[in-house]
Design a binder for this molecule. Sequence first.
Ligand code: HEC
Ligand code: HEC
Length: 349
Amino acid sequence: MTEREDPRPASGLTGIVVGCALVGAAAVGVAIYAGPSLGMLSGGRPAASVPDTPTVPPNAPLGEALSTPRKRAPAHATEEYGRRLVAHTAELLGPDQPDPNLRYTASRLNCSSCHLGTGTEPGTLTLLQTDEHYPRFSGRAGNWTDVEDRINECMQRSMNGKPLPMDSPEMTAMAAYLRGLGAQYASMGASLRKAEEPPPFKTPERAANVAMGQIVFSTRCAQCHGADGLGLLATADKRKGYLFPPLWGPDSFNNGAGMHRVLTAARFIKARMPLGEPTLTDDEAFDVAAFINFKPRPEMPNLEHDYPDKRAKPVDNPYGPFADDFPLEQHKVGPFQPIEAYYRQIKKQ
Ligand code: HEC
Ligand code: HEC
């Protein structure tokens, strides 16, 4: 994934953590080959981030330390709960969740609508390697971010929702699940890590053609996502979410989401869509991504504050302001090579 920002250089600790994960690998290796779902591996282990020692201020006198009650994450904040949240987000955190305190997302997508196989599929938008990507500097936030911050970015943008409180059982569980995937990745053999995808998307040297994109949509996408692009519900009960998720409209991702960038969408679409038969050319993926991204979707407020350093904005960011004079339209559909050349030039100066 070429759009990544530079991760913080690996610390000496990384080696130790990976080493431990490899010891665990021997035990779980058999299950990886036997079972279809990597998520089930997490069942036997305690959730990574549940503290099992009392949390005591460092200077507390001993008597006080012993009488301090154990502060634990609630018992249900397990990796397995985290996996279910990623798979069934609409049902568990969506607008139809019966408990109003758990209604965090306004979209009816699941995290796994984009992070396929609950993030366990290697390749595009995999979550298997997320743990090793954090902490990292986020140009969009203008700050150092951790896995939890990144989950909340997708909560607020891809899921068009509210951030989860950092100490909530839901955040604890999702972060534990993602960290658990990192341990699984470390223990996976080379063949399992290999993504079965077409060659990576290469940006065509032209502007995307929305009219051509509409033809690709009708012939290759509409049979699942609907002729109106609004998806197909799993059952008559909206709470269960979508079998085929909406590509635009009120239940989809908002305009601040990564998927609303034409190159990010084209990369995903070329690698993964049509689901089970990803055979689009670069040109088709580029055009259909632009077609989708001109359709109406929820709007996120205050997007102008993204990327405090505007020079860090991706070339295909579909909203301004920019540190260049290219028209907004060109940031939405290209051609992108002149914009890339401009930023390469100012970096040299
Ligand atoms: C509409 C599609 C979409 C949905 C739905 C979505 N995401 Fe994402 N997610 C993305 C995109 C695009 C990226 C950026 C990938 C990149 O930077 O290469 C991303 C990145 C991430 C990352 C960082 C991955 C890494 O290794 O750096 C995490 C963690 C993440 N998402 C978690 C979630 C969670 C948890 C949910 C559900 C609450 C969710 N996402 C829902 C599209 C989506
Ligand atoms: C065979 C059915 C099928 C076809 C055809 C198909 N998709 Fe999908 N698509 C899915 C499913 C199912 C998901 C969600 C993945 C999951 O839940 O495992 C998805 C997810 C997506 C997503 C991310 C989630 C969202 O709602 O935004 C995008 C974008 C997408 N598809 C675009 C396309 C495009 C573009 C085409 C045509 C080139 C296409 N799809 C063709 C079934 C299909």
